[in-house]
Design a protein around this ligand. Structure first.
Ligand SMILES: [Ca+2]
Ligand SMILES: [Ca+2]
Ligand SMILES: [Ca+2]
Ligand SMILES: [Ca+2]
Length: 386
C-alpha cells in the first residue's frame, strides 16, 4: 500500500510539473508584449503619446485608438521609398468632431482634415520618390471618441514594372520601344525618367498624353549625352504631344524621356519604323561608302530630317541619262549634287525651293558608279534617273 501511494504521489507531481511548464510556454513574457505602451507612473491615460516625441510606433495596417477629453494622440510609422502611400482616418460612431494630420520626417504638416464627423472617412494618398521615404507621423486631435487609422502602401507601377521610374537619368527605368505604357507622377515623385534603345537609321516617334486626372505635365526627349533635344511643357489632360526623329546610321543609341510638371497619370508610346528611302526599307547611307544602290530608268522618293542629314545614292550612269530632283512641299533648303566615281562633284544645285524640279543630263561617263547626294534641313524629295 505504501508503495502504491508513493507511485500515485509521483504521478501527480509529474502531471503538475508538466502543466506548469506547458503554461509557461504559452504565456508571452512581458518583454515580448509591446503592443500596449506602458504609461509612466502618475499618468492617467491609457496611452502616453500626447506629443510628437512620444509618438506610438505603429506599422502598416489598421489601428484602433481612443481619445479622451483634452487628449492628443501621436503615431509614427515607416513609409518606404518609391511607393504609393495611403492614410485613411475614420472617427467611430461614438466620436465627436475629430482632426487628423500627417507629418513628414521633418515634422512638417503635409496634410490635415479638421472637424471630421463620426463614421466619415478622410484619406490622403502620396506618391513617394526614391528618397522621400522615412518616418512619418500622424496626429489625432479634436474632441473625444474611438477612431481607426488605416495605413497602406503599394508599389508604384510605372511601365507595368512594379516600381517608380527613377527621378534622374542615372536611375532611369529601362523600357522597350515598340509599345505604349503608362505611369504616374506627383507629390514627392516629381520626375519619371525612362531610357530605351533607338536603332540606327530608323524613324523614331515618341507620343505623350497626360491622363484625365493630370495637371500641367511636361515631357522631354534626351540624347545619349542626356541633352534635351525636344520638349513640351504645360500639357493639358488628354492632349497628345509627339515628336518624330529620323536617325542616321550612327545616331542610334540609348535615349531618355523625362516626365515632369504637376501630377497625374500619363501614357507614353515609343515606336520605331525603318526608313524607306527608294522603297528599299532602309536609310540611304550618310557617306559615299554607305550609298544606297538604286536602279536606273525610274524615279523614287526619299526622306531626311533631324539626325539624318545626308542621303547618298549610287547608280550605273549612261550617256544621255537625265537626273532630276524635286523637293517636296515639306522641305526646307534642300540641295542635290551629282558625283563621279571619284566622288568629285560634277553638278549641284543648292537651296532648291519646295516643289521645284532641277535636272542634269549626263553627257559623258568615264567610270562607274555615279553618286547622288541629298542634303538640307529636312523633308521628302523625289529623284529620277531616266
Ligand atoms: Ca512615377
Ligand atoms: Ca519617379
Ligand atoms: Ca534618309
Ligand atoms: Ca541618310
Amino acid at each position: 500500500m505504501k508503495k502504491n501511494k508513493l507511485w500515485k504521489l509521483l504521478i501527480m507531481l509529474g502531471l503538475i510539473l508538466s502543466l506548469v511548464t506547458c503554461s509557461q510556454k504559452t504565456t508571452p513574457s512581458s518583454e515580448e508584449d509591446t503592443s500596449v505602451p506602458i504609461p509612466p507612473e502618475g499618468a492617467t491615460e491609457g496611452e502616453f503619446n500626447n506629443e510628437f516625441v512620444q509618438a506610438t510606433e505603429i506599422s502598416m495596417g489598421i489601428f484602433a485608438g481612443i481619445m479622451t477629453e483634452d487628449d492628443e494622440d501621436w503615431y509614427k510609422f515607416e513609409v518606404p521609398n518609391g511607393c504609393v502611400f495611403t492614410m485613411t482616418f475614420t472617427p467611430g460612431e461614438d466620436a465627436e468632431r475629430m482632426n487628423v494630420s500627417l507629418h513628414n520626417p521633418d515634422q512638417d504638416e503635409i496634410w490635415c482634415e479638421v472637424d471630421i464627423s463620426p463614421t466619415v472617412t478622410k484619406s490622403t494618398t502620396m506618391l513617394m520618390n526614391n528618397s522621400s521615404g522615412g518616418t512619418y507621423y500622424a496626429q489625432i486631435g479634436g474632441r473625444h471618441g474611438s477612431y481607426t487609422i488605416e495605413l497602406s502602401t503599394e508599389s508604384q507601377n510605372d511601365a507595368d514594372l512594379g516600381v517608380d521610374a527613377g527621378d534622374d537619368a542615372p536611375h532611369a527605368l529601362e523600357v522597350p520601344v515598340g509599345q505604349s505604357f503608362s505611369g504616374c507622377q506627383g507629390d514627392y515623385d516629381d520626375k519619371d525618367w525612362y531610357k530605351f534603345d533607338i536603332p540606327n537609321g530608323c524613324v523614331f516617334t515618341l507620343t505623350f498624353t497626360p491622363g484625365n486626372d493630370a495637371e500641367r505635365m511636361s515631357v522631354s526627349l534626351h540624347n545619349p549625352d542626356q541633352d534635351e533635344i525636344w520638349g513640351e511643357v504645360d500639357i493639358s489632360p488628354t492632349v497628345t504631344k509627339s515628336t518624330t526623329m529620323l536617325m542616321n546610321n550612327s545616331s542610334g543609341g540609348t535615349y531618355y524621356a523625362q516626365i515632369g510638371g504637376r501630377h497625374g497619370s500619363y501614357t507614353i508610346e515609343l515606336s520605331t519604323e525603318s526608313q524607306n528611302d527608294a522603297d528599299l526599307g532602309v536609310d540611304a547611307g550618310d557617306d559615299a561608302p554607305h550609298a544606297l544602290e538604286v536602279p536606273v530608268g525610274q524615279s523614287f522618293s526619299g526622306y531626311q530630317d533631324n539626325y539624318d542629314e545626308k542621303d547618298w545614292y549610287k547608280f550605273t550612269p549612261m550617256v544621255g541619262q537625265m537626273v532630276s530632283f524635286t523637293s517636296g512641299e515639306d522641305t526646307e533648303r534642300m540641295s542635290v549634287s551629282l558625283h563621279n566615281s571619284d566622288q568629285d562633284e560634277i553638278w549641284g544645285e543648292v537651296d532648291v525651293d519646295p516643289t521645284v524640279t532641277v535636272t542634269f543630263e549626263i553627257t559623258e561617263v568615264v567610270e562607274e558608279p555615279y553618286y547622288i547626294l541629298v542634303t538640307g534641313r529636312g523633308g521628302h524629295y523625289t529623284i529620277g534617273i531616266e
